[in-house]
Design a protein around this ligand. Structure first.
Ligand SMILES: [Fe+2]
Ligand SMILES: [Fe+2]
Length: 265
């Protein structure tokens, strides 16, 4: 039978701690049963500790039977051990993206952590003190890495994977005072330019589940605390079906279909 769609499962912000042993295996088994690929949108760990990452790696190795693609989150940087965390996950078979791209069944995935700085007219500009310019440059660099990753993909369907949000809409619900720390509009530019089919991110635990970029590209906030809040009776992951379209890559990408999570609640 010809495959016509890819079932993408996505979740972020697992915040695995030293006491999480065994907590995620049932979730990963369930995801393996209903999806073709899993996206992990950063904040795997609570304090950025290698021991936390090892617990996650064991859970994934035991229960996961589908490809896993991930980006790191800010919590994974907390202890300055992000490179070690990355290696632990790679050893467990996870494809960790930091400005790179990968393909699963003909669908392209580009990933970066992203950064903060705010949205639209409220976005922080590179003006004044060196510290402000360095802060803004970090967001610019992340956007450039995302652009480079998207440019490498030759697939018709392209998916972007982030930790920080590229749009304001999916951080709505958080205190307005912290919107600017939850993402950056600079990340939206390459997403629009490369006509990405769908974006997944985490980080805004109290944000909104769905938004769109200025050109209408769907943006899904899959932070686990948010998914648990909006669908308390369902397992905390999102399923989006992505059409596998062999058509001319110059054609507009097909619209993904968001599934109401999974069959087995
Ligand atoms: Fe988080
Ligand atoms: Fe975060």
């Amino acid at each position: 039978m010809t495959r016509t769609q890819l079932r993408i499962a996505a979740v972020g912000d697992l915040h695995v701690s030293k006491t999480s042993q065994g907590a995620f295996q049932p979730l990963f088994s369930q995801i393996s049963d209903v999806a073709d690929v899993l996206l992990l949108c950063g904040d795997f760990t609570d304090y950025g500790l290698p021991d936390e990452a090892r617990i996650l790696a064991r859970e994934l190795s035991t229960a996961m039977k589908i490809p896993v693609i991930a980006v790191l989150g800010n919590h994974d940087y907390e202890s300055g051990k992000q490179h070690e965390i990355r290696e632990i996950l790679i050893d467990a078979g996870v494809t960790v993206l930091d400005g790179e791209a990968t393909e699963v069944h003909g669908v392209g995935f580009a990933g970066v952590k992203g950064f903060a700085g705010g949205f639209g007219r409220g976005a922080l500009g590179p003006w004044g003190e060196h510290a402000i310019k360095a802060f803004v440059q970090e967001a610019v660099d992340e956007a450039l890495k995302l652009e480079a990753a998207l440019a490498r993909l030759r697939t018709h369907t392209r998916v972007a994977l982030l930790h920080y949000s590229p749009v304001r809409a999916t951080v709505e619900g958080e205190p307005p005072e912290i919107f600017a720390y939850l993402g950056s509009s600079r990340l939206e530019e390459p997403i629009n330019r490369y006509r990405v089919s769908a974006v997944f991110h985490g980080h805004a635990h109290r944000g909104a589940a769905e938004g769109r970029t200025s050109t209408g590209i769907p943006v899904h906030n899959v932070a686990m605390p948010l998914l648990m809040r909006v669908n308390p009776n369902r397992p905390p992951f999102l399923i989006v079906e992505m059409p596998l379209d062999e058509a001319d890559a110059s054609a507009p990408p097909a619209e993904p279909r968001r599934e109401p999570l999974v069959k087995s609640a």
